[in-house]
Write a protein that binds this ligand. Structure first.
Ligand code: BEZ
Ligand code: FE
Length: 304
């Protein structure tokens, strides 16, 4: 009979996992238990604090449904999502860096041609976006599949509006033969992540704000290259240094030029002021091993 006490409990729990058939599961659960127990010892966790933590996680679960993923939001705001992104997307210098996926991607967004307006009625100042997709060797990547999505000027994604028919501020287009692409949209603004639930209360208790700096989301795929999930951030945004989800990488910050009314980059006349930006996305080549896995991998998407 083993005596369970504060000194023996960790090893006793770990011994129970010794027969787990899945070696990776055993490794993950061993580490998790060790870290959880160390954490409780380090902070001398009280029973009251333990119960508060349990209640918090229950609240996170209760508000989570098919439209709102509070657990991912919790992971995002604790920096875990960005850490996992960084661990899994190491690439050679010069490649465009990856950042958090976020909860607002939608499969099967409408397909657009170069030059089209993906805003499709979303509120905001016009923005003309141009870019190029290349490999690390600088060669153009033609026919890359480019998904873009963004919030409107009120800080909401289309999926956050109840009963909105159709997509706004999102779409799919393809790079042209020379790797370039261009589309029209609206000027992204900084916005707060959903903060009316337990994660919002946690941020407030920690003296943190819920804001993300203005950004456009991109997901770019092309045969022979790793899928790139990233953002382009707007230089000068006041939240670049305090992104609520730690997604900013300095290489992803670009100037969004402001223009008075007049001729737009696509040759049309804009009666109102507008912005423009240009960004080159450098994709990493798939190696032979990764190629087999990537062919079957699927994006995990959730809506918050
Ligand atoms: C976003 O950028 O869309 C996002 C990322 C993480 C949490 C919430 C929103
Ligand atoms: Fe976003």
């Amino acid at each position: 009979m083993q005596n369970v006490d504060e000194d023996t409990i960790t090893q006793i729990v770990l011994a129970r996992h010794a027969n787990a058939a899945d070696g990776r599961l055993r490794q993950i659960m061993t580490n998790l238990v060790q870290h959880l127990h160390s954490f409780a010892r380090d902070v001398e966790l009280t029973e009251e604090e333990w119960f508060k933590g349990i209640q918090f996680l229950a609240d996170v679960g209760h508000i989570t449904d098919d439209k709102r993923q509070e657990f991912i939001l919790l992971s995002d705001t604790l920096g875990l999502s960005m850490l996992v992104t960084a661990l899994n997307n190491r690439k050679p210098k010069g490649c465009t860096e990856s950042t958090v996926f976020g909860p607002f991607f939608v499969e099967d967004a409408p397909e657009y041609k170069n030059g089209d307006n993906v805003a499709n009625g979303a509120k905001g100042e016009s923005c003309f976006v141009s870019g190029k997709v290349t490999g690390l060797d600088g060669k153009a990547v033609a026919d890359a599949r480019i998904e873009v999505w963004q919030a409107d000027s009120d800080g909401f994604y289309d999926v956050q509006y109840e009963g909105l028919a159709g997509s706004q501020g999102r779409g799919m287009l393809r790079s042209q033969a020379d790797g370039t692409f261009h589309f029209r949209s609206i000027t992204a603004e900084s916005y707060p992540i959903p903060h009316d639930g337990p994660v919002g209360r946690m941020l407030q208790a920690l003296g943190r704000h819920p804001w993300r700096p203005a950004h456009l989301h991109f997901m770019i795929e092309a045969p022979g290259y790793e899928r790139l999930i990233t953002h382009v951030f707007r230089s000068g945004d006041e939240y670049l240094n305090s992104d609520a989800v730690f997604g900013v990488r300095s290489s992803l910050i670009v100037d969004w030029d402001h223009h008075e009314a007049g001729q737009a980059p696509d040759g049309s006349e804009s009666a109102t002021p507008f912005s423009s930006l240009d960004f080159t996305f450098v994709l990493n080549r798939l190696n032979a091993n990764a190629a087999a896995g990537a062919a079957t991998s699927k994006v995990v998407s959730a809506t918050a």
